[in-house]
Structures are given as C-alpha cells and as structure tokens.
Design a protein around this ligand. Structure first.
Ligand code: AHM
Ligand code: MG
Length: 349
C-alpha cells in the first residue's frame, strides 16, 4: 500500500498550530513571529540582489535613480524596525546595529514582548557571495505596563520565549524554537514567497565530527584553548573524555567566518563552533544578547549545549546590550568536554 504524501506546511500554519497548544494565547506572539518571517523575506530578496550592487550602484552612494543605496546591514536593520510589532506586541527592541535599545511607544503602551536581533550577521562576507544570517531573540516583558526599561532588555537566555535565525544561503531557511521546545526549520520557496516546513524537530548529534574556529588566532589563544583545539584535531586523551570515547571519530575542520552559516552546518552534521577569548579580545568577539544567547537556546532545544568556557551561556545575566562573550557551541558531549578541559587548565580531567 502506498503512503499518502506528506502535507505541505507553511511557517504561518505551523506557528498557528503551535499556538493551539496554548488555548489562552492572545495571538500576539504568533503575530510577532509572523512579522519576523515577513522581515526575513524582504531581507532575503535584498541579499539575493547583493551581487548586482556594482551594476545598480554601490552602497553608501547614489544609485541610478539618484537614491541613496543603503549598506545591507543598515537596510536589514531598518526592515526589522519597520516590520516588528505591527500589532503593538513589542515594547522594546535591541539591535546589534544600534548603540541603545529602542523603547516602542505603542498607543496603549501594552507591548508584551522584547526583540533583540542581529539583522545581518557576517555581512562582511557578502561581497564574496558567502552565506550570511539574521539572529533573533524574543523575551517577555518583566516591567509594569507604563515602565518599560533596561530590566526588560537585560534578561538571561533562560528567560527567552523564543529564538531563531535565518540563513541566506543557497536557499533561505528560517529556523526557530520556543520555550516549549522543538527546533523547526523552513525553506523559502521564492516563487510563492512562502517558508515551507523542511526540517521538523531538528536534533543535533551528540558528538562533534566538525570543529569550527579561526585557527589564525592560535598565537593569541590561552594555552588551555590551544590544548582543546590540539585534542580536537589529534583525538582526545582518554583521561579527558566526557562520556563516550572519541577514538575513531573522523574529525574535520570547517570555518566560514559567518556565524549563522557555521552554526547551521554544525547543527545539521554535528559540530562544535569556538570563538575563544584572545589576547586582543579577552571577552571574545561575539555578542551575548543578539548572537550567543539565541543560538544557545536553539542549540539546547536541539539537544546541544553552549558555554562561555565556564558556564551555560543561557545562565549569563547580561549587564549591557552589547556585552561580548567567548562562545563554545554545538554537540553536547563535545562542549561539555571543552568546558571541563578549560576549567581544569587544559591538562585533562
Ligand atoms: P559581525 O557581527 O561584525 O558580522 O561579526 C560577527 C562574525 C560572525 O559571523 C563570525 O562568526 C565572526 O564574526 C568571524 O570573526 P573572525 O573573522 O574574527 O573569525
Ligand atoms: Mg553579528
């Protein structure tokens, strides 16, 4: 007997289906996710045209119509600001592109959500046609209705209501998770302008087969980080294994230098991404609120783990919107092992 074909599902219908699991839901959250998917479609369209920039006009200059051509990261940022909270769901926003948070003045001041985002991460790769991404984090408001402020923005990853990313690659994909769990991926069909469910309930492998790190920084790493990467490459010494032995695992190195693309590949294939502290960047490079924490939530809900080398990224309470953090993220076993290696001085456990 042949099986009935699987139904096609758009992201909108998937989000609505999830909403039904929460009968008391007002629809605000659903509307907000939908606004983000809309922004993603607009950014995707523009990223796809990036190769035409030299023909249509360089960024920062005037195009043939005499209009100012925006840099793509500025453009993506403006798209997010314009698309979010169209129904008054958002009370505050924080962007990697903006020094300060934006407090939204909805008519009633009742927006219940905060969105923190990196509108176009890895944008320095765009001229080489390398995949870039958007990362977003959604928090619930903690302040009283008339007093939205810093406390609403500066929440730890544990408080995230939802998080996700969009990757603008050979195809555009939207991946999100909520506090109820489950990581779901949707691929954009540009001909109909819809994100279609393509990766339901994503799970990442337990142990990494890929490590991703900018090895040119090795001279600037601490001896502990150097030892971690050495053992990832040559095999972990038996005393330092977390759980399952790694002998026989063929490890490969892949580094795009575009966080969403590196993270997404590792999530699917099983890998670990490292952005350790260096002498010149002792706090690391990546930002806790708009990069590390949302990806940490996606990773955790897919069965992985993210650490700053000493603790779960999700447990870090931010002190500032643009705080940086060292990041080790990916397969659970491997990241736990890295954490132990770093805390034991790199000499094994
Ligand atoms: P950006 O936010 O300025 O785009 O920088 C973040 C990017 C990440 O996408 C990537 O993982 C990292 O910078 C690469 O940094 P490096 O070139 O130091 O390896
Ligand atoms: Mg960034």
């Amino acid at each position: 007997m042949s099986q009935a074909p699987k139904n096609l599902q758009t992201i909108e219908s998937h989000i609505l289906q999830m909403q039904k699991l929460h009968p008391s839901a007002s629809g605000d959250f659903t509307g907000l996710l939908s606004d983000i998917t809309f922004a993603a479609k607009i950014i995707s369209r523009e990223v796809n045209k990036a190769g035409l920039v030299d023909i249509l006009g360089e960024t920062g200059t005037e195009n043939v119509q005499g209009e100012q051509v925006q840099k793509l990261d500025e453009y993506a940022n403006n798209v997010f600001l314009k698309c979010l909270g169209t129904k008054g769901q958002v009370c505050a926003m924080g962007s990697e592109e903006l020094a300060d948070p934006i407090y939204v003045d909805t008519h009633e001041g009742t927006g219940r959500y905060i969105v923190v985002f990196d509108p176009l991460d890895g944008s320095s790769n765009i001229d080489a046609n390398v995949s870039v991404g958007t990362i977003f984090a959604i928090y619930r408001r903690v302040s009283a209705l008339d007093r939205v402020g810093e406390q609403d923005i500066l929440q730890s990853g544990r408080e995230l209501a939802a998080a996700g990313y969009v990757i603008y690659g050979s195809s555009t994909m939207f991946v999100y998770t909520t506090h109820s769990g489950g990581v779901h991926g949707f691929t954009l069909d540009p001909s109909i302008g819809e994100f279609l469910l393509s990766h339901e309930n994503l799970k990442t492998p337990f142990e990494a087969k890929i490590y991703s790190v900018n090895e040119a920084y090795e001279p600037r790493w601490t001896p502990e980080v150097r030892e971690v990467v050495r053992q990832l490459k040559y095999g972990r010494s038996s005393s330092s294994r977390q759980d399952a032995p790694t002998k026989g695992v063929d490890i490969s190195s892949r580094y795009i230098g575009s966080l969403v693309a590196d993270f997404h590949r590792n999530l699917l294939y099983g890998g670990v991404f490292l952005y350790p502290p260096t002498v010149s960047k002792p706090g690391g490079k990546l930002r806790l609120m708009c990069e590390a924490a949302p990806l940490a939530m996606v990773c955790a809900n897919a069965g992985g783990y993210a650490s700053d080398g000493t603790q779960d990224i999700l447990d870090i309470k931010p002190e500032t919107l643009h705080q940086r953090v060292p990041l080790y993220i990916g397969c659970r076993d491997t990241v736990l092992w890295i954490e132990k290696m770093l805390s034991s001085g790199g000499g094994g456990i």
